[in-house]
Write a protein that binds this ligand. Structure first.
Ligand SMILES: Cc1cc2nc3c(=O)[nH]c(=O)nc-3n(C[C@H](O)[C@H](O)[C@H](O)COP(=O)(O)OP(=O)(O)OC[C@H]3O[C@@H](n4cnc5c(N)ncnc54)[C@H](O)[C@@H]3O)c2cc1C
Ligand SMILES: NC(=O)c1ccc[n+]([C@@H]2O[C@H](COP(=O)([O-])OP(=O)(O)OC[C@H]3O[C@@H](n4cnc5c(N)ncnc54)[C@H](OP(=O)(O)O)[C@@H]3O)[C@@H](O)[C@H]2O)c1
Length: 281
């Protein structure tokens, strides 16, 4: 039988009508141990279902070194019908109780060793569509706080500029990289806005289109991502982590497969791979 733990919702930041950042603090135990890239399962009894507990997975955006709270970024699912848990979550207030199951998930754990046992020092490229950014916010804070020296790039895709949920935090991390030097902390963050023609997005001057367009070569054969990092991306020098809609994963693989990249799911006989992913749904 599943035994739910209890937590208090201590912070609610509504970014827009259907996008929220919430923080939880466990009631009878410390903040649970977890690894960057894992998800936590939240639950609430649903009055419309006779009090049955509806549980759903949410990627953790905070990092394991933060022992104060667990942070999540959640979309209110409204179509075709209001989502059962998210509708309740969007009615929750600071101080309310919520149920949780311990963090788990292996799909997006940071790869530390190569099949031959050597340290994995490949460049890390994270591609997050919408709230699929969450695991990479955890990656970035963790790798920063643990003094990791690998090159890290985070690319976020969103329909609207006000959905760039962690722009400030990630820009600060990039500024720290510039201030301290790449040999100390090598980090870049960029976003793509997929509905640039809409009036609300008129101030956007960055990449346009869905996030996977960062990988599309321009006429000179070099992609915007390669321009950003100043190097050719090969399966020997880069590992990708992707989280979002299945269409985002497929779009990324359309560019990477011709370069010989394979996913962990389809890893080679020797155990090697260059892409890890978690898709919505
Ligand atoms: C590993 C993992 C990590 C995740 N991380 C995040 C995260 O960080 N942030 C985030 O926002 N989400 C995340 N999710 C998604 C989350 O788990 C839920 O699926 C999401 O919040 C919707 O839950 P819900 O109960 O509100 O919707 P549900 O009630 O489960 O509805 C799901 C869909 O079905 C439709 N639907 C419901 N009932 C019917 C019906 N009778 N007929 C037709 N359609 C119907 C709804 O409209 C909706 O589109 C993650 C999922 C996974 C698997
Ligand atoms: N790990 C997970 O399983 C996980 C994590 C987070 C969220 N989710 C769930 O995913 C759902 C929506 O997430 P969201 O609101 O964060 O995303 P979103 O804001 O709707 O979309 C984010 C970006 O993905 C693009 N996109 C939409 N549909 C796509 C498709 N089929 N293929 C490729 N790109 C697509 C959007 O482009 P356009 O502007 O062109 O639409 C936008 O640029 C929610 O139900 C959420 O609960 C799951």
């Amino acid at each position: 039988m599943v035994v739910d733990n209890k937590a208090t919702i201590t912070y609610v930041q509504l970014l827009k009508e259907d996008l929220v950042i919430i923080r939880l603090v466990p009631k009878d135990s410390p903040v649970p141990d977890y690894q960057p890239g894992q998800f936590i399962t939240l639950g609430l009894p649903n009055p419309l279902e006779g009090g049955k507990i509806v549980r759903r997975a949410y990627s953790i955006a905070s990092h394991p070194e933060n022992r104060k709270y667990v942070e999540l970024v959640i979309r209110w699912v409204r179509k075709p019908l209001p989502g059962r848990l998210t509708t309740q979550l969007f009615n929750a207030k600071e101080g309310d109780e919520i149920l949780w199951l311990k963090p788990t998930g292996r799909a997006l754990l940071i790869n530390e060793t190569l099949p031959n046992g050597e340290k994995d020092n490949r460049r890390i490229i994270c591609i997050g569509g919408g709230t699929g950014l969450a695991p990479f916010v955890s990656f970035a804070q963790h790798l920063h706080d643990t003094g990791d020296k690998r090159e890290i790039v985070i690319l976020q895709g969103a329909s609207y500029v006000d959905e760039l949920s962690y722009k400030e935090l990630l820009t600060e991390l990039e500024n720290d990289s510039i201030a301290r030097g790449k040999n100390q902390w090598n980090f870049k963050y960029r976003a793509a806005i997929s509905r640039p023609q809409e009036w609300f997005n008129r101030s956007w001057a960055g990449q346009v289109g869905r996030v996977e367009t960062f990988l599309r070569p321009r006429d000179n054969g070099i992609s915007p991502l390669e321009e950003l990092i100043g190097d050719e991306i090969t399966k020997e020098n880069t590992i990708f982590y992707v989280c979002g809609w299945q269409g985002t994963i497929d779009g990324v693989m359309d560019f990477l497969k011709p370069k010989g990249f394979v996913t962990e799911h389809d890893k080679r006989a020797d155990g090697s791979f260059e892409v890890k992913y978690e898709s919505y749904g």
